[in-house]
Design a protein around this ligand. Sequence first.
Ligand code: NAP
Length: 299
Amino acid sequence: MPTFTFATLPPQTGRTVVVTGANSGIGRSAARALAARGARVVLAVRDVAKGRAAAAAMTGETEVRRLDLADLASIREFADALDEPVDLLINNAGLMVPPLGRTADGFELQFGTNHLGHFALTNLLLPRIRQRVVTVSSSGHRAGRIDFDDLNWERRRYRPMAAYGQSKLANLLFTAELQRRLTEAGSPVLANAAHPGLASTNLLHHQGVPTWLATLQRPLVNLLAQSEDDGALPTLYAAVADLPGNSYAGPSGFLEGRGAPHLVGRSRRARDLDTARRLWTVSEQLTGVRFALTRVSRA
Ligand SMILES: NC(=O)c1ccc[n+]([C@@H]2O[C@H](COP(=O)([O-])OP(=O)(O)OC[C@H]3O[C@@H](n4cnc5c(N)ncnc54)[C@H](OP(=O)(O)O)[C@@H]3O)[C@@H](O)[C@H]2O)c1
């Protein structure tokens, strides 16, 4: 099979794509590539000015809409206003290892934004999604555990990296359970996941570390990391390649840090379907948003 690159991305004419966090990093790169190949791309961003600046540097049809994944009211507003079919939803936005913070609804910031925000968004849009949902996880999921007794870090001492790991493990469990439910409902929609390896984006440069440490860290990150364009390729591969549902794409190089996209493995905890079902139920309770598809009856 030829290596998947931007040049091999098939034409996207006629497709509507929503990309969260499309003003920056790998989301911006994926949005730019899809728009350049003919898709109508909705940049779903929390800062509309940043979204407009990103869209201005893209060719093709783009639209900027406000979406703050750390606020359920904003997610509902976005989903209500987007009254049209969506072929592809890319759940890309995320933040990594900020100091302890809370979303507007009181969830721990990383679990609330990276997982619960995308959980609510996907389920609200699901009746209008026609082809695929791609959720961006991370190799950091391997260090993650789902602590059902304290999902929102209210009782434990806060450990930012462990909270990031929990949120990225939740992205993979969400993908697995979403695919199971879609299949059970007889839906043709596929749920896939991807990770970019190590990509030089704002995520790696804005980690809430002191400025002196960020300054020291930047050249090392730039040396080890691949570009944000290369980091976007696994997302695009998961979005358009001929793959079964619940596929997980990442770079093929050493330790999945960089390289051409292909299918990668996931941790044992990410394959635990009982945890995936339980997390889904709890996420429905926390967000008040439910899986809205019922089994399609076949005549
Ligand atoms: N870079 C890597 O090496 C790496 C590795 C593994 C996984 N990932 C994953 O890749 C994804 C994209 O990250 P990136 O590396 O491209 O970093 P990035 O350049 O920092 O992009 C993150 C995007 O998420 C947006 N965002 C953050 N909080 C949001 C919120 N509450 N509502 C809406 N949007 C929000 C950011 O908006 P603002 O610009 O307004 O902050 C930004 O557009 C993340 O899910 C991350 O976990 C990245």
